[in-house]
Design a protein around this ligand. Structure first.
Ligand SMILES: [Cu+2]
Length: 208
């Protein structure tokens, strides 16, 4: 005769929670939320790109603190920070302005003699997504190769940048007096001339 031990399980009674409290307040909140959602549907459905594509480079880029160096004739240069707020890298391939019959996109590099020289940048200015490209004396700049008129401080000059996707961006910047930005210019004639003093390197005749 085994003495069987039986363990009696006491059932725990699960308490059913009734969410009957504050039903009135809940209804009010729900109604308010619906009203808000109703208002919200009029906004947010607008899409910038009418063609459904991502915005063009020209729409993504903006300049800050832009300026052009005052000069009596010959060459000058434009500077400023070009910010790309888009989600893809953009490339400036050319620039135009009525202030100069010819423009180039320049970079400044050190040559073999240790001199800082400027030259046309290959492939244009690349502005990474979400980044700013600084155009500044001693660095990258927009080169005005042949001024149509003297640029005097206080005047304003309009520029148009063209990007690799053929979109454009127009901006206007003031002319400022500046004594620097006189880097030597190495023109499109890269033959190294032995013997002669390097012609073409003297492109600094913009001093007023
Ligand atoms: Cu230059």
């Amino acid at each position: 005769m085994n003495n069987q031990l039986t363990i009696r399980q006491s059932k725990t009674q699960s308490k059913t929670m009734t969410a009957s409290t504050s039903t009135r307040l809940g209804a009010l909140l729900a109604a308010a939320a619906l009203a808000l959602a109703g208002c919200g549907t009029t906004v947010g459905a607008t899409d910038g790109g009418a063609d459904g594509s991502a915005s063009s480079a020209g729409q993504s880029v903006a300049i800050a603190d832009g300026w052009v160096k005052a000069a009596g004739s010959g060459m000058s240069a434009a500077f400023g920070g070009l910010t790309n707020s888009g989600s893809g890298d953009v490339t400036v391939v050319s620039a135009t302005t009525e202030a100069s019959s010819m423009l180039e996109l320049h970079e400044t590099v050190e040559n073999e003699a240790g001199e800082m020289i400027m030259r046309e940048i290959e492939g244009g200015f690349v502005i990474p997504a979400g980044d700013t490209l600084s155009l500044e004396p001693g660095g990258n700049h927009i080169m005005l190769m042949d001024l149509t008129d003297p640029l005097e401080a206080g005047e304003e000059v309009a520029f148009t940048l063209t990007f690799s996707d053929e979109s454009t961006y127009e901006f206007t910047v003031p002319v400022k007096d500046y004594s620097g930005a006189n880097e030597n210019y190495v023109g499109g004639d890269p033959e190294p001339e032995m013997g002669d003093a390097d012609a073409g390197a003297d492109g600094t005749g913009t001093e007023g």
